[in-house]
Ligand binder design. Sequence first.
Ligand SMILES: [Zn+2]
Length: 262
Amino acid sequence: MPEGHTIHRAANDHRRLLKGRVLRITSPQGRFSDGAARLSGSRCDDVEAFGKHLVYRFDTGDVLHIHLGLFGRIRKRKLPEPDPVGAVRVRLVGDTHLVDINGPAICEVLDPAQFARLKDRIGPDVLRADADRERAFTRILKSRTGIGRLLMNQSVLSGIGNIYRTEILWRQNIHPDRAGKDLSRADLERIWTDAAALLVLGVKHNAIITVDDAPAGKGRYRERVNIFNKDRCPACAGPVTRLEIDNRRAFVCAVCQPAPRP
Ligand SMILES: [Zn+2]
């Protein structure tokens, strides 16, 4: 499952290649033929990411909404137009490059009203400058749910994936089981600021880097996180405990992240 930074990276890349261009849009696989016909020949006005949702906005007001889900993938290819690889749901052809999307969980055309409703459903995205963080804080500060679960609820706040969740809570010394309502506004400000900084780094390097002294070159994945999938806490050398939160792995240091009192 791609984390939010990979979708923002794709949006930045595709904006550079497609914005301002009149696109030819097809569905080589055939499952999106009607949508492709509706969009083809319109000018792409912007490409944006909202959490894990990727949207292509057109001058007609229509929006192509993509969510890759577990199995979707994106390929960027140079023109002249090569043959599709696998079942390409939608192909967006610009002047110099094309974008192929295979196997998305969602691939649909939205009109402006439907797009507005989609944005309302998605929680504020830590990577967006226009995000309304107060909307997320208000929900979290009222909730009895653990912060670990809330951070992954994309309707509360978006952009933070599974590895970042573990790493951010460790960096802020907050146990994932602490209820949202037991955190302070300052805790949430620190989580938000840290998440935004780490995700910007993730977009830049196309890798999850949560250690402060990451080597500039190509380090191995395990060398760039603090406790995710590790045995020992780098801060206190104590054991790292593995948890399951909604069937996703999470890790915690019982010393650095004190558990809430029962
Ligand atoms: Zn520790």
